[in-house]
Design a protein around this ligand. Structure first.
Ligand SMILES: *[C@@H]1O[C@H](CO)[C@@H](O)[C@H](O)[C@H]1NC(C)=O
Ligand SMILES: *[C@@H]1O[C@H](CO)[C@@H](O)[C@H](O)[C@H]1NC(C)=O
Ligand SMILES: *[C@@H]1O[C@H](CO)[C@@H](O)[C@H](O)[C@H]1NC(C)=O
Length: 394
């Protein structure tokens, strides 16, 4: 996995030399106390859909797939074009030839769900599998669980995406990140005619990155790059020798099945995973919040809320181990911590968290959205984000 870090470093350098610009030292800001960007009306920009788990897997995504058909097809086209230079255009040929058989190896209900979506949008199953893998890999994020002075828990995250693909020099934006805005949907997951949990998804992606189980717990999953064993699991799976779970599917299963914070934490610490990940979990009462740093087969560390510690009223996680320094080019942790502390526990709430996550470098050119969750009320708000001012990264 050190190799992946090196690779990311190389990608940075390639991108930078392409742009003929060296990185300015990133500017970090904290808008707390200066500006309020929280506007609940904007949450309406992201539409809600029901996905009914009692419907056959093949048809339960039909409404979303039909509505976002054009965007899904176009985004897959963009992924193809962007990946073209890397593999001399061979990638997609290879995918069309090989991924459809892999589709058959996907566990249920994901296999039928992905097939159903592929049919609806009229693309080969293999391309939809690639599309789902793509999301699984290219996301970086910041997640926060925090409790207010009364012990009420909040959970928030930024999802950054588009890992350095398709830089547009004219308007200084990442093409993928822009396009993803058109793909974000909120989902009410229904079971027995009732709401089981809420999440948001990119249309066509069937895993879970963020969810609230009303009254019980909240979770976000953050990519974990910097340890040994990273994509070994994915490669093993592609070669047909792995049986571990995709991260976003493991997340979904725990969200669907666990009946308490404790049970969710237990499962997040023990599931066999295809790739390392951080699970950030919030419960429904004081002290219930943690960052679980996962390797593929074991848990490496757990950091929990701790009222006795200074700033122990929140945990904040980016994509680096809590006990190690972040990659210096990509420090979203230090600015995030400073801004949380500037807000302070007394001002914790959706507006405060949104403003922390709308401050650079937590808000950056790769940020696709911010999500805010509160477990007791089951409030779940998704905000599309664009960083237009001078902000990292570029
Ligand atoms: C870059 O952005 C400009 C302005 O929005 C647009 O006209 C141009 O087509 C974009 N270039 C590419 C390669 O997408
Ligand atoms: C940049 O241009 C693309 C079109 O190439 C457009 O989709 C996107 O919204 C623009 N981004 C910004 C930040 O203006
Ligand atoms: C909190 O979760 C527990 C399960 O761990 C549940 O029994 C309890 O009713 C929940 N409390 C609230 C206030 O929803």
């Amino acid at each position: 996995m050190r190799k992946l870090i090196a690779l990311i470093g190389v990608v940075y350098m390639v991108v930078l030399s392409d742009a003929h610009e060296l990185p300015e030292p990133y500017t970090e800001t904290c808008i707390i106390g200066k500006e309020n960007k929280y506007d609940p009306k904007r949450a309406k920009e992201v539409q809600w859909f029901n996905v009914d788990l009692d419907q056959p897997a093949k048809t339960r995504w039909r409404e979303i797939a039909a509505k976002y058909k054009f965007q899904i097809v176009e985004l897959i086209q963009v992924i193809k074009e962007l990946s073209f230079p890397f593999f001399h255009g061979k990638l997609i040929q290879w995918v069309d030839k090989n991924m459809s058989p892999w589709g058959k190896r996907l566990p249920q209900p994901y296999q039928d769900e992905i097939k159903g979506i592929a049919e609806e949008v009229g693309l080969p199953v293999g391309e939809l599998v690639l599309y789902n893998i793509f999301y699984e890999i290219f996301t970086v994020c910041t997640s926060i669980v925090a409790e207010d002075p009364t012990g009420k828990l909040y959970h928030a995250r930024n999802l950054d995406f588009g890992l350095f693909m398709g830089w547009n020099e004219t308007n200084h934006s990442w093409e993928l990140t822009q396009r993803l805005h058109d793909m974000v949907v909120n989902v009410n997951w229904m079971k027995n005619g009732k709401l089981l949990y809420k999440s948001n998804n990119f249309a066509g992606f069937v895993g879970i990155y963020n969810a609230v189980r009303p009254g019980l717990f909240t979770v976000t999953a953050n990519e974990r790059f910097n340890i040994d064993g990273g994509y070994v699991g994915l490669i093993m799976w592609l070669l047909g020798v792995g049986e571990s779970k995709w991260m976003s599917w493991a997340t979904r299963e725990v969200v669907e099945q666990a009946k308490s914070y404790q049970e969710a934490v237990k499962r997040f610490t023990t599931e066999k995973l295809m790739s390392p990940v951080y699970f950030i979990v919030g419960g429904n009462k004081t002290g219930q919040g943690c960052i679980i740093s996962r390797g593929r087969t074991k848990t490496e560390s757990i950091v929990t809320l701790d009222a006795r510690k200074e700033n122990g009223w929140y945990v904040l996680q980016t994509n680096y181990d809590p006990d190690k320094p972040p990659l210096y080019l990509d420090d979203r942790r230090t600015p995030g911590n400073k801004c949380m502390q500037k807000m302070g526990q007394n001002h914790l709430g959706f507006p405060g968290l949104f403003n922390v996550l709308s401050s650079t470098t937590n808000l950056n050119k790769l940020t696709a959205y911010t999500v805010l969750m509160q477990v007791n009320t089951a409030k779940f708000e998704t905000y599309l984000q664009t960083c237009t001012e001078s902000c990292w990264f570029a």
